[in-house]
Design a protein around this ligand. Structure first.
Ligand code: UGA
Length: 472
């Protein structure tokens, strides 16, 4: 295949162009299937052959609402193909979406090894014009490195003799949230495209035209920065409201009403002002650290972001302090844990606050009875079943014989628990709600002591002693 710019332009216009999605993780797989659903010819590739084998059997490698259905639908679609190798996908496609992992190094900076390796593979397989689109979250100026790497290595592959095929590098950061990634793909608030040629701009416009949402075109470095800035800003909102929650606990105010009161101001907005045990997952903690590194390396004052990180780190101690307020001694107590995933709607436990808390309590001598609707299999490898940890079939199993029941992930099914039943199963009637999920009145009516985040006066209007007196 020796396609030039004009051929690709025409192919894209006629929807004949082939798009490769390189890396089929939490970003790549929803993107690949979403593009196939929009009617594009999509080739998915991943360096992990086990993932490809699983996908070929029609199974999604992770849980994401709606993803399995999309996969099943496109399994027999000739427009959706899984390549035997990354090189194969590159050679057969004109547009390459880069969705490989960008984990963090010990020092917090983004580890771009996989991006660099992929750039070299692209260089070795540059058999015609390619538009290389970064979707992985990368620090600003990565696009320039990708471009230089492809130039250098493709020259090497061609021995510097023949004229090298052309390519463009673009940045198209993703804003998908786990737990709603499929829905986010089809209904984005905006699409950001950093481009450096008219062709790249027109290709990306065509690809996303069916979604009918605002598309912001910028240069490549700006688009890269938008992604990091968006995640850092959202993380900062969360740490801000968590700081306010601690203050609410001290002065007897209600953080949910504060969030509502400030969130009604459109300049602030209500979203991402839910106080709790802090933010986790594969994105916010890692992207925040990478952004801090980038800022500090470039002489920008990153103290605001450092405070965001530090407040988030201290959520663990804050929460454990609440558990101690409820139980006094943790050693020897049975603690029920509702929720292990870093947020609802996913089986992802990476940097999950729930897991950090569970681990900390186990170290302090608690015996844990844990339950999560989706994340238990993933958790078993890091928090093995044994004398200290029992995996339960449901929330009621986790409550059995417990001295306290903790809500650590706001799964919908926990919102509607049969609280009198929970009460009857527990050794002590104590709930510590790290996500402010439950209705304090309903909990109290069921005869349970309730501690939560940033509305302590309301929640503890009826104290443990009163409850125990009433129960005896
Ligand atoms: C985040 C961003 O929201 C996405 O836009 C972005 O595309 C993605 O990172 C990424 O970079 O790939 P995600 O990590 O999937 O998405 O999940 P969020 O819904 O943002 O939640 C992150 C963490 O913040 C969770 O632990 C959640 O429980 C916590 N959170 C969120 C709060 O504690 N309070 C809130 O009000 C909102």
């Amino acid at each position: 295949m020796q396609t030039n710019r004009e051929t690709v332009r025409n192919e894209v216009k006629l929807k004949q162009a082939s798009i490769a999605v390189l890396g089929l993780g939490h970003v790549g797989l929803p993107t690949a299937l979403g593009l196939a659903e929009l009617g594009w010819n999509v080739t998915g590739a991943d360096a992990d052959p086990r993932k490809i084998a699983l996908l070929r059997q029609g199974q999604s490698p992770f849980y994401e609402p709606g993803l399995q259905q999309l996969l099943t639908r496109h399994a027999a679609n000739p427009r959706f193909r899984l390549a035997d190798s990354v090189a194969d996908a590159i050679r057969s496609s004109a547009v390459l979406f880069v969705c490989v992992g960008t984990p963090q190094r010990e020092n917090g900076e983004a580890d771009l090894t996989q991006v660099e390796e992929l750039a070299r593979t692209i260089a070795a397989n540059l058999n015609g014009y390619k538009l290389i689109v970064e979707k992985s979250t990368v620090p600003a100026i990565t696009g320039q490195w990708v471009k230089l790497t492809i130039q250098r290595y493709s020259r090497k592959a061609g021995n510097g003799s023949a004229a090298q095929p052309e390519f463009d590098v673009a940045s198209n950061p993703e804003f998908l949230q786990e737990g709603k990634a499929v829905d986010d793909f089809f209904h984005p608030d905006r699409i950001v495209c950093g481009v450096e040629s008219e062709l790249a701009r027109s290709i990306l416009s065509e690809i996303y035209a069916p979604l009918g949402c605002p598309v912001l075109f910028t240069d490549v470095s700006t688009a890269e920065l938008i992604k990091h800035a968006a995640n850092a800003f959202l993380a900062t909102k969360i740490s801000f409201i968590n700081m306010v929650a601690d203050l609410c606990d001290s002065v007897g105010a209600d953080v949910r009403r504060v969030a509502e009161g400030i969130g009604l101001d459109p300049r602030i907005g209500r979203a991402f002002l839910n106080a709790g045990v802090g933010f986790g997952g594969y994105c916010f903690p890692k992207d925040l650290r990478a952004f801090i590194r980038l800022a500090e390396e470039n002489g920008a004052d990153a103290s605001l972001l450092r405070a965001t990180e530090q407040i988030n780190e201290s959520r663990l101690d804050r929460f454990v302090h609440k558990v101690r307020q409820a139980l006094w001694m943790i050693d020897g107590k049975v603690v029920g844990v509702l929720g292990l995933a870093f947020k609802p709607g996913t089986d992802d436990i990476r940097e999950s606050p729930a897991l950090r808390i569970a681990d900390d309590l186990a170290r302090r001598g608690a015996r844990l009875r844990v339950y999560d609707p989706k994340a238990m299999e993933n958790t078993k490898s890091v928090l093995p079943e044994g004398d200290t940890v029992t995996y339960c079939a449901d929330a009621y199993g986790a409550a059995e014989g417990a001295h306290a029941l903790l809500v650590l992930t706001e799964w919908e099914e926990f919102r509607n628990l049969d609280l009198p039943r929970i009460r009857s199963l527990m050794e002590l009637p104590v709930i510590v709600d790290g996500r402010n999920l439950l209705d304090p009145d309903a909990v109290r009516r069921a005869g349970l002591e309730y501690l939560c985040m940033g509305r302590q006066r309301e929640a503890s209007a009826q104290g443990l002693h009163e409850i125990l007196a009433a129960a005896s």
